[in-house]
Design a protein around this ligand. Structure first.
Ligand SMILES: [Ca+2]
Ligand SMILES: [Ca+2]
Ligand SMILES: [Ca+2]
Ligand SMILES: [Ca+2]
Ligand SMILES: [Zn+2]
Ligand SMILES: [Zn+2]
Length: 484
């Protein structure tokens, strides 16, 4: 039994431009928990971002045309813009063309052409659909939730496509996603290389192909119900990550879904995975119109003295060896994904108050590198130099009230004791001077305006009241304290 990993390029799946770059497969020697997969690029498309290999987080490239986004007007947008992607499990019997090459060292003769039997495998594990519709199958939610975990932490929206035209899954990008005809991400499965020793669990193509092939020989592995079928779900979420344009990462003991060897000590996308997907598609507030303008700002609410509000708390974590960063519950993860990204938060006040705002770049230091390099410490809190600004709506114009850009990478920008008046719409704006993604947490604290007579006494009372207040969950997954 081999005990180390071998990396080799898989030229067959790569267009010439990509050979030796991001497309690679990893061969894992750890029996039982191995993910041996490949993520290959298909044909390039004119006008796409193909060939733009991003430096950060082993990002390969983002979707340029999906069934619903992009088109005659051009591609889906630039990095950080939201995208909608459709998906469907193909019917059993649909051809899958084998593309994984032979490997004499493990007596693998190469992936053979054979029709998909993934539905039969899933029916065998979970039970078949009572109606014949895949959305009614007991296994459907495991696939849908795997997509939705990525959607919950990014600007991506996933839609289940109801049709499939039956074309083969092979190394060409076609058929492209078309509503009512084909999904963007077609999911099939067949025998790839058996289930003994180190072997393949699944593979996935990069955008704009992004189809997935699961090895149905590994049915016993996928049937393991530990962690609500975590082996199956982490495999699906890892492959979906490739289909979104993420490459493999070497994390050397830090939890990362996009490591070439499947991890089961964590569930779903981890810190590096979320940074990568937000760099490509933005945070979850970028979809449904986004928050790049005051008119589309995220609504923080109405406040009075003693209250506070915060967003982005789940990203403010530190690294602990062997511990996962995130579970499915951790979705309060916001970032500026580029210089072009503006994040506006709208607020009003019920009485004259003093606003103090803290904008902190967050992120742990963990191990990260490309798979063929030695992992090095990566400080996720020093990716972007943030700016904090406050605006007010004077009905004729939205004007600046205060701004802070006084510190650099890794440090907190602050606005201190800015007086706000009731009846006015205020907007806090977060942006970055750096062409990279930076997760942040934003804290807003509201204190009473001291009255001339007993100003110091009142201020002290308010500070004490604020400290003693109890945090509550507020709309938009932010935290808001109670009135003391
Ligand atoms: Ca296999
Ligand atoms: Ca496709
Ligand atoms: Ca953002
Ligand atoms: Ca934004
Ligand atoms: Zn390995
Ligand atoms: Zn992979």
């Amino acid at each position: 039994m081999p005990t180390r990993c071998f990396i080799f390029a898989l030229a067959a799946l790569c267009c010439a431009l990509m050979v030796g770059d991001a497309a690679a497969c990893a061969f894992c020697g750890r029996a039982g928990d191995c993910l041996f997969d490949s993520a290959g690029a298909g044909q390039e498309e004119a006008g796409s971002e193909a060939g733009d290999n991003y430096a950060e987080f082993q990002i390969f490239r983002r979707w340029t045309y999906t069934a619903t986004d992009g088109g005659s007007a051009g591609p889906t947008g630039s990095r950080g813009e939201p995208v909608t992607v459709t998906w469907r499990v193909i019917d059993d019997g649909t051809p899958i063309t084998g593309v994984l090459p032979a490997d004499p060292e493990r007596e693998f003769e190469g992936e053979q052409d054979s029709p998909s039997n993934l539905v039969a495998m899933l029916d065998g594990v979970f039970g078949a659909s009572a109606t014949g519709q895949q959305a009614d199958a007991p296994w459907f939610s495991y696939i849908e939730r795997s997509f939705d975990r990525w959607a919950a932490v990014s600007g991506l929206t996933f839609v289940h496509e109801l049709a499939d035209g039956g074309a083969a899954i092979d190394s060409t990008n076609a058929p492209y996603g078309r509503p009512g005809r084909y999904a963007d991400v077609r999911i099939g499965g067949h025998s790839i290389d058996g289930s003994s020793g180190a072997n393949t669990l699944a593979y996935n193509y990069f955008p704009d192909h992004s189809d997935m092939v699961v090895d149905t020989d590994n049915v016993a592995f996928f049937s393991n119900d530990f962690g609500d079928y975590r082996r199956l779900r982490n495999t699906l979420m890892h492959e979906i990550g490739h289909g979104l344009g993420l490459g493999h990462v070497s994390a050397a003991g830090s939890a990362a879904l996009m490591e070439p060897t499947l991890g089961v000590t964590f569930d779903g996308p981890q810190y590096d995975d979320v940074l990568a997907v937000q760099r490509l598609y933005g945070d979850a507030f970028e979809k449904d119109g986004g928050n790049d303008t005051p008119a589309t700002a995220v609504d923080a609410g109405e406040f009075q003295r003693g209250e506070s509000w915060a967003i982005g708390l789940d990203g403010d974590v530190s690294f602990a060896a062997g511990q996962p960063f995130f579970t499915a519950e951790h979705t309060d993860l916001v970032s500026v994904d580029d210089i072009s990204d503006l994040d506006y938060y709208h607020l009003r006040v019920l009485e004259p108050v003093l606003l103090t705002a803290n904008l902190k770049p967050v992120g742990p230091t963990y191990q990260e590198s490309a798979v063929d390099e030695t992992a090095e410490p990566f400080d996720a809190s020093e990716l972007g130099d943030l700016e904090l600004a406050l605006y007010e709506d004077l009905s004729s114009a939205i004007v600046s009230v205060a701004a802070s850009d006084t510190v650099g990478l890794g440090l907190t920008e602050r606005l201190r004791r800015i007086e706000l008046a009731p009846g006015t719409d205020y907007y806090v704006r977060v942006r970055s001077q750096t062409a990279n993604v930076q997760m942040y947490r934003l804290d807003l604290m509201f204190q009473a305006v001291p009255e001339p007579a007993s100003a110091w006494l009142l201020a002290a009372a308010v500070v004490c009241g604020f400290r003693g207040s109890r945090a509550q969950r507020a709309p938009l997954d932010a935290r808001r304290s109670a009135v003391p």
